[in-house]
Design a binder for this molecule. Structure first.
Ligand code: HEC
Length: 136
């Protein structure tokens, strides 16, 4: 009886000492690989640019105005120069200085490489669909 209880406790201890490190290991792996995988980090950062510059830097404005600049396929050095200008305030901006200041210089370089590797898709806004306003 007494033994049985101890055995259960023992088994529970063994089980948790096996399971917990496994769970911890998995979580740790994810964190570590995210930090090490700069491409993944760049993709996460690039997602914050998507609202204005499109998915993977392919803005769908059909124009290349600065505010909706297509970043895909952009020369990495030009990109870095522009972003560092936003960051140190030497380049005029309405919103980009906020974005650039939130990035480290290293992150800007990672983004530069990331966007330079994206293929411009030449995405354009679809024409608004025109529907006939009557039925037969
Ligand atoms: C809220 C919309 C918005 C978001 C989000 C945004 N941008 Fe911009 N971006 C702009 C605007 C507006 C400009 C024009 C400069 C200005 O007025 O700030 C611009 C300009 C730029 C330019 C210069 C383009 C050129 O040819 O002169 C680059 C490069 C750029 N953004 C990169 C980024 C990156 C990288 C991110 C994400 C970290 C980002 N932007 C997020 C709105 C945005």
């Amino acid at each position: 009886m007494h033994h049985n209880k101890l055995q259960k406790i023992f088994i529970a201890l063994i089980a948790s000492s096996v399971i917990w490190p496994l769970l911890a290991q998995t979580a740790e792996d994810v964190v570590v690989s995210a930090a090490q995988n700069s491409d993944l980090h760049a993709r996460v950062l690039a997602a914050s640019c998507a609202a204005c510059h499109g998915t993977n830097g392919n803005a769908v404005t059909g124009s290349n105005e600065n505010r909706n600049a297509i970043l895909a396929g952009r020369d990495a050095n030009d990109f870095t120069t522009i972003m560092l200008g936003f960051k140190d305030g030497s380049r005029e901006a309405t919103v980009m200085h906020h974005h650039a200041k939130g990035l480290t210089e290293d992150e800007i370089r990672q983004l530069a490489v990331y966007f330079s590797k994206q293929k411009p898709t030449g995405a354009v806004l679809l024409k608004p669909q025109t529907l006939k306003a009557y039925h037969e």
